[in-house]
Write a new protein. Sequence first.
Length: 317
Amino acid sequence: MIALLRCFVLAGCFALGTTGCQSTRTAAPDGTQPSSNADSLELPAFSKILRLGRPLREISGLAASPTKAGILWAVADSGNPPDLHAIRPDGSTAGRVRVEGARNRDWEDLAAFTYRGRSYLLVADVGDNRGRRRDCRLYFIPEPDPTAISCVPEVSCQIAYTDRPHDCEAVAVDVARDAIYLASKEEGRSRIYLTSLSGAFGGGVRTAKPVGLVPLELRGAPMGLGKLARHASFGQTACGMALDRTSGAAYLLSYTHLYRLTAGDLATNLAPGDRKLIAYPSLYQAESVAVPAWDRRGIWIASEGKAGGSLVRIPRR
């Protein structure tokens, strides 16, 4: 009987055109392979709020490692050291890596991607509350080991908008389109600016041109008292952005909701009905969003907090 079962197994493998049974994992469009131990991760329940330490009380950027299952990277904004914080799915700290030679003037977002066979983190020093900066900068850092003490950017470039300076807290990288998207922080809408990924790796000054417009309107979406207060204080503005490399979806984060569209839509002028509105649990002040390849069902949102940052996982939709 055992021999007969073995024959059936081998027959199935050869029917798939392989010399042995293969995993059903598929690569993302940018070539990223899901980490081999992704299925064994212990992930928190949806909507469970995880508390982060005081070093991340002003967390401003979140990105999921494309190659290290269960690692989220985070940065904090102006006034904090130029550090990359590695976080486990339970909210505990996996490491803190100093970025040598980089200045944290106003780090506002973080992106992770695989490019030319190597995984990178993009630190976006693009915060500009007064709309005056002429020195916004992107740092491209080979993804370090979470236990490293320090790392060094491979290259950095200065960003110059083709019209005028903009406040920006939301950045995403689309390798397939050779694109870096920057979303302006404006009430009720976000202008999407584009600069070339390959060009940015050349350093120097890189122009960012307007390519799209995303309306940020709630249109009667239900909100609790906490979110109503945030909406009254901040309105609907883009404070984070992430791409789902598997589905091609793009997510823009506001202080009360997520807006889901496609990555291709970022380079168009959308009507209010052209994107999906997604609710998430009430947070002190949401700041960034990540969509891990190693968590096929979840979207992660990071928030500032007076005593420390927080993290929540919601269903991917």
